[in-house]
Design a protein around this ligand. Structure first.
Ligand code: FES
Ligand SMILES: [Fe+2]
Length: 379
């Protein structure tokens, strides 16, 4: 990270010289890493269990009793706001015979009743009722509470730590997250809406889509290029996390010199990767949060987009405005990035010995893949 110069000066210099931040060399990435089922299993085991994983944002569940569910690889999770200030996560598995307690998401619950035989749990995960209690009384109720998982709320981002290793890594990551997210405390944002998409490509390939601005004027010539400049970007890493900042075309049109923090935010987008699988795309008044989860096979991925706004959307015109922003983000990835990515994935199988080339102008891609390999090495 070039910390001596302010990011505003750094970006302004790049724009004037029509330049971008570079890595020290090109990086060669074997195609095998995207198509090897064994490698995919290792990544799921190590990156998604021995590392902290951001599984959501606390402002999605702003009121007591609000909740959402998520399937993290093989673990079904129920995330609940149990008090105004506390969020808890439980295994979404009933302690009676293992049914899922609940699905999807909801608001202002007082308790959760398992659909199978109606065992009921409160927001603290405690079993508070089981029909025909006398048939079970030799096993104390308190032995049948939901299993609580370890969840950490940092600036509104909910990090699951599944074991000791991931807890240690989470604590090491805190300083990086403090720096990276100082302007983006999502606790203060309002959840607008979200969508889940299933795609046929490796989860890393889905992430790669976001990690360079080299393709903006080519693949997105009609959609994003009128808004964002192509192949001009600041790159910084914060541990395994990444920040890419790109200028908007509005900066040139308005001849803005990016002098103040407000100018800078208004005329740039930031792509922030919370290693390993969460990507924020930040705008002046809103933030897109993308969560990427590997599926059962090496070429299956579930990806979700959630949009958070600085001001709560209340009027019809505000909602129209945010719907348009949401649809633009979804349409660009669904119609331009992902169809191309799915073809790339298919092409991988044609020659598994092939290698991908990440240019010096694609330092985000390089850092992401180096960080993955480093984390796999650490185990
Ligand atoms: S499995 Fe949940 S009540 Fe029986
Ligand atoms: Fe793209």
């Amino acid at each position: 990270m070039n910390s001596k110069l302010d990011v505003k000066d750094r970006l302004y210099t790049l724009i004037n010289n029509h330049e971008t931040d570079y890595a020290t060399d090109v990086y060669i990435n074997p195609v095998k890493e995207y198509i090897d089922l064994k490698r995919n299993l290792r990544e799921k085991d190590i990156l998604f269990k021995n590392n902290p994983v951001c599984i959501g944002v606390s402002s999605t569940i702003p009121n007591k009793g609000d909740w959402f569910t998520i399937q993290l690889i093989d673990t079904p999770i129920l995330v609940v706001r149990k008090t105004a200030t506390e969020v808890a996560a439980y295994l979404n598995i009933c302690t009676h015979r293992g049914a899922k307690i609940t699905k999807d998401s909801g608001k202002k619950a007082y308790s959760f009743k398992c659909p199978y035989h109606s065992w009921t749990y409160n927001l603290e995960g405690k079993l508070i009722g089981r029909p025909r209690e006398n048939a079970f009384e030799s096993i104390e109720k308190k032995k049948c509470n939901l299993t609580e998982l370890n969840i950490n709320d940092h600036n509104g981002f909910l990090w699951l730590t599944s074991n000791k290793k991931s807890e240690v890594k989470y604590r090491k990551n805190i300083n990086h997250l403090d720096l990276l997210l100082q302007d983006y405390n999502l606790k203060n944002y309002h959840f607008y809406k979200s969508k889940i998409i299933d795609i046929n490509m490796n989860w890393k390939l889905a992430a790669d889509t976001f990690l360079e601005l080299y393709h903006i004027n080519s693949l997105h010539d009609k959609t994003l290029f009128p808004i964002i400049m192509s192949d001009i970007a600041l790159f910084d890493s914060f541990g395994s996390n990444i920040r890419i900042i790109g200028p908007r075309q509005s900066m040139l049109k308005s001849k803005n010199k990016l002098k103040t923090n407000n100018d800078f935010k208004m005329h740039t987008i930031q792509v922030i990767t919370l290693f390993p699988n969460t990507i924020l795309v930040t705008h002046h008044e809103h933030v897109e949060v993308w969560h990427i989860l590997p599926g059962n096979k090496e070429n299956e991925t579930k990806i979700s987009l959630s949009l958070f706004t600085k001001e709560k959307a209340i009027t019809k015109s505000e909602k129209n405005h945010w719907d348009n922003n949401f649809n633009l983000a979804i349409d660009v990835v669904l119609e331009e990035d992902f169809p191309l990515g799915e073809d790339v994935q298919k092409g991988f199988y044609a020659d598994p010995t092939r290698k991908l080339i990440f240019g010096k102008n694609e330092p985000g891609l390089q850092h992401f893949h180096k960080s993955i390999n480093q984390a796999l090495k650490e185990g």
